[in-house]
Design a protein around this ligand. Sequence first.
Ligand code: DAH
Length: 349
Amino acid sequence: MIIMSEKLENSLKHWLESISSIALLPELEKVKSELLGKSGIVTTALREVSKLPIEKRKIFGEKLNNAKSSIEEAIANQISKIKRSMVEDKMNSEAVDITLPSINESFGSVHLLTRAMRQIRDHYHARGFLVLDGPEIETDFFNFDALNIPKHHPARQSHDTFYIDGFDEVLLRTHTSCVQVRTMLKTGIPVRMISIGKTYRNDKLDSTHSPMFHQVEGLVIDRNSLTVGHLKNELKRFISAFFETDDVAIRLRPSYFPFTEPGMEIDCRCNKNGGKLTITKDGADWLELAGAGMVHPDVFKHCGIDGEVYGFAFGFGLERLVTLRAGVADIRNIYDTDIRWLRYFRSCA
Ligand code: DAH
């Protein structure tokens, strides 16, 4: 019989004190089973208490149960203390000094196209233009009809269009000029906006063509007079900013776009020396940069704008400008995932 004698009480006190000095989990488990296991000291004593007469059972029972709770609590505390210190040890031994300089000097870079898009956006933003988006999947109303290119107009043929299977009127937009239409229909006058985005034409991929390419579209509309002079000024400023030079001379060459009257191409003086392009007023060559013009009155009509109104618009291909600026001869190289191109583009920053 080991019921709650003074000897047992002392022994349990002793066990209890020793728990807080145990540092290893298996050792603690061993003590736990010696005390509280099936044939552990406390369990056995409790079993024997039940055989005592009622008064003794009460006194000893209470003492034993208290001792049991204290032991359980002490063991649980010690387990979490050991676990915490294990985590701390691991954190100390695996600590990384994040202030140390990097060994790997090869950082990523922003792609040429992305960099140009950000630059164009910032340029026009600073000039008070809204930068708007439009959907890449369009209807032929926004892509053609509203822009004065009706169903059988020959101009449609030059836009080799991808239609969505099963829908005669739904297509991948062939230019960003649709965003002009969407803007006119949605916002009031005045308008000062650009849109940068993807466009699609059924062209074979070669050194200067891609079935997917990017365009930048600009539109300015006002009730006050706007002239070709304003258009010229806006484009000259842009070329100056994009090629980072004030040495810019441009010319306007008559051209035809159904949505402009008059329509024109914008060229810029340059020198092309063996693929290396320099924009300069004294250049011997001309570089075609953009299509532009004064907004055709019919376009205003299709877009629900009437009364006295003036507007100019322009549009250019992004890949062309980007490849020219970076001295990349083949458009395919800027879509290539070859790491050597990506490294080269970084050096063009
Ligand atoms: N949308 C024309 C194209 O894809 C480019 C263009 C020409 C846009 C004249 C214009 C413009 O806004 O006025 O070739």
